[in-house]
Design a binder for this molecule. Sequence first.
Ligand code: COA
Length: 418
Amino acid sequence: MTDSTDTIDWFRHTAPYINSHRGTTVVVGLRCGAASDENFINVVHDLALMHSLGVRLVVVHEQNAFNSQPLSPVAIHRAVADTLAERTHIEQMFSMGLPNSPLHNARLRVIAGNFITARPLGVINGVDRSGRGLVRHIDVAGMTHALDGAAICLVSTLGHSPAGEVFTLDALDVMGAVSRSLGADKLIIMSDFDGVESTDGKLQRQLTVDAARRVLETAGEGQKEALMLACDACDSGVPRSHLISYALDGGLLKELYTHDGIGTLISPDEYEQIKGAEAHDLAGILELIRPLQQVGILADRSNEEIERRLDKFTVITKDSRVIACAALLDNPADNIAEIASVATHPDYRDSGHGERLVAALIDAGKQAKLERVYVRTTQTGHWFQELGFTMSSHEVLPDSEKQKAKIDRNSKILVRAL
Ligand SMILES: CC(C)(COP(=O)(O)OP(=O)(O)OC[C@H]1O[C@@H](n2cnc3c(N)ncnc32)[C@H](O)[C@@H]1OP(=O)(O)O)[C@@H](O)C(=O)NCCC(=O)NCCS
């Protein structure tokens, strides 16, 4: 394959992700060191690209690791100055016209401001933790207004009290509070490690919250707090949290716009879901079945036909991406219906997805009081036989389908009684 074919292929494969992330709110937490890393310019490019693809972006930056030691007035002054210097550095990078990037001349509006009201950490163990604060309130209306106006919100770890005092805040507290308050769809924590590793050192691509909490016991100190935040965010309603490295070129794009991502995804539910197809699944279904139609493995159906009959499809999704699909094409006048367009993405075969889908459609057929289902297949007769189908002929087909069957791909007909 030539390079350009690779690129075209890659671009086509990103379409379902672009569609599913458009209009979603994503909070990106930049841990300490991210903004000074040599890869940071690439992170900014990726953020700008995500923004131009319709993602509503909030960026929280951590200039310095938080601790609860009290700060003298001079130290507070220095901490504020350092944080504002980093904020300015980030704003500057977003304002550079992004030379040498595809977003050259893109005009990005970054809004930073007094989005956080804070309260003092107070006296702990007899020590007044002056200068240290906790998030009290997030100005959701203000941030939503900025996001609606297509701006990127930039949030620093500083908060002000109604009395006018300034406090330094724990970035993890800020990331969690912002994600929760905005009802974010994702929290992406960018740290100096690649993700969560199993005991044998293998990167865990995905974990449920329960599994992630079990890993907490063995995680290193820096990882533990990020992992805890990711789990807490999911517990409080953020559907997905991701842990990725800020040092990997293209990390954000790989995590959001490719199959398996690059870091660790944490989600409250089982990662794969079986469900009726929805409008946003259409692109994924087409991506899955089009190549199989082109080589004659699946019957040719136009995009319009598939869109019209989308409610007949059941899909298995993995982080919003369709990895397997099948349709029950029933017709109220007939007591037999076709199971069609059964396909599992090549990367996910031999794990029971196909069988699960056929079983779900058989259940749906029973509920619809159908007597039989049939399939037309050129290469998977044996597979369907193992699922209880038996060889038959086009005589069993509903009248409306008999004519079509004669000009079909010389496929075999198999039937299963319900
Ligand atoms: C057929 C297909 C849907 C199975 O999906 P899947 O998710 O891998 O299915 P399952 O995991 O439930 O089943 C896999 C088993 O079926 C077997 N199998 C796969 N294709 C087969 C075929 N053409 N003939 C016989 N057995 C087959 C696998 O070897 C595997 O066997 P094992 O469990 O003993 O290892 C998938 O291979 C596919 O998308 N094929 C292309 C499209 C197609 O042919 N669709 C059917 C026409 S409607």
